[in-house]
Design a protein around this ligand. Structure first.
Ligand code: NAD
Ligand code: MG
Length: 400
């Protein structure tokens, strides 16, 4: 019986993970569930899965959850804050940690699990984007078992027959073909992009996901973060990772070998497949997902990405090129800009504008210490917030 902790249990990935676990209660038990503020949903999950621990990052939410748990007579212990998250992630009674917190908030709890040599199911790509070298060094040092959950990286992993390390050349791999659906604005006229709404940005044609990653998919920053994620996971240089637009999201990514073979993983656009794959690897378990009906799929299309339409993708390649803390800067500026867009403060095309301005305003440091990385994250957030205030003041003046 393996014991599982889910960081970010109330989110889209967290809920899909519980759906898969519910099919295999004879093999997995839920050790801990964590969330930020969604008390009702976490309480329902605790009632159903009876974990040893439940953690709410938000203190008030934790008090509310503790009340409900005690009234219901459940034995789940409630913790709060960063300490609570770290404690359950690193706990000796947990074997597997699903890292599914969104954004930089997931970095420290995920690293805590890495340092205890757990099996890490990595959905929280931002953690790896921020801390790439340190993260991978800690994985190797502590013998953690890192399994990619992001559908593309899970597809690449499967297409590499499950081996992560050693660089591409040693495994006879010429390049990685990272597929991208292009999101909801693949064909929207470019001059209309500045007027699109958060609702339109979150309406992804193929995937049902959390709001932040939905906006990232619409701007293709998600693909940019995934290029960085792939470079660390598979020890690949940026020029060995080619983004291929594939609007149907049936091929989840491919690997091209030196003998001319290209191996792909195909499936429904349903995150339960990569989650089940990472949970059970090297075995296979039912994910509750049906196979593909190739006759219904009919056609698979491929296009080159348009960097003018999607400047965020270009910025991500530039961040890799700049090296050091620049990827942490890119990620932090993006988090601030996406939140401002979701709150209706800025237009969609202000997202790349803010990120690029912040990247130009900071100095790059070596990403060799967590201190430097967290400092770069804070510096970029501050710079993005100041720029945002400047932009909002300007619009106010123009409106008056
Ligand atoms: P979501 O917004 O649906 O859920 C986020 C979860 O994180 C929630 O449980 C929330 O309570 C928790 N959380 C948010 N802020 C927190 C904080 N400060 N402290 C502690 N917990 C916090 O997001 P999601 O779509 O499930 O995505 C989660 C991660 O997985 C992201 O990094 C995303 O890029 C990645 N991912 C998601 C998908 C998908 O299909 N949704 C696919 C691939 C990768
Ligand atoms: Mg993905």
């Amino acid at each position: 019986m393996k014991s599982v902790t889910i960081l970010g249990a109330t989110g889209s990935i967290g809920v899909s993970t519980l759906d898969v676990l519910a099919l295999h209660i004879d093999q997995y038990r839920v050790f801990a569930l964590t969330a930020n503020t969604q008390v009702e949903r976490l309480f329902d999950q605790c009632t159903k899965f009876q974990p040893d621990y439940a953690v709410m990052f938000n203190e008030t939410a934790a008090e509310q959850l503790a009340d409900k748990i005690s009234t219901a007579g459940l034995s789940t212990q409630v913790l709060s804050g960063e300490d609570g998250l770290t404690k359950v992630a690193a706990h000796e009674d947990t074997d597997i940690v699903m890292a599914a917190i969104v954004g930089a908030a997931g970095l420290l709890p995920t690293l805590a699990a890495v340092k205890k040599g757990k099996r890490i199911l990595l959905a929280n790509k931002e953690a790896l984007v921020m801390s790439g070298q340190i993260f991978m060094d800690e994985v190797n040092k502590h013998g953690a078992e890192l399994l990619p959950v992001d559908s593309e990286h899970n597809a690449i992993f499967q297409s590499m027959a499950g081996s992560l390390t050693g660089g591409l050349n040693n495994r006879g791999i010429r390049k990685i073909l990272l597929t991208a659906s292009g999101g909801p604005f693949r064909q929207t006229p470019i001059d209309e992009l500045k007027h699109v709404t958060p609702e339109q940005a979150c309406a992804h044609p193929n995937w049902d996901m959390g709001k932040k990653i939905s906006v990232d998919s619409a701007s293709m920053m998600n693909k940019g973060l995934e290029v960085i994620e792939a470079s660390w996971l598979f020890d690949a240089r940026p020029e060995q990772i080619e983004v291929v637009m594939h609007p149907q999201s049936i091929i989840h990514s491919m690997v091209e070998y030196v003998d001319g073979s290209t191996i792909a993983q195909l499936g429904q656009p349903d995150m339960r497949t990569p989650i089940a794959n990472a949970l059970a690897w090297p075995e296979r378990i039912d994910a509750g997902v049906s196979g593909l009906d190739m006759f219904a799929v009919g056609q698979l299309e491929f296009e080159q990405p348009d960097m003018n339409r999607f400047p965020c993708l270009r910025l991500a390649y530039e961040a890799i090129e700049a090296g050091g803390t620049m990827s942490a800067t890119l990620n932090a500026a993006n988090e601030v800009a996406v939140e401002a867009f979701l709150n209706g403060k800025i237009g969609f095309m202000s997202i790349p504008y803010i990120i690029e301005s912040v990247m130009q305003s900071v100095s790059v440091k070596p990403a060799t210490s967590l201190e430097n990385i967290l400092a770069a994250d804070t510096e970029a957030r501050d710079a993005a917030e100041s720029l945002l205030i400047e932009m909002l003041n300007k619009t106010d003046k123009m409106a008056n």
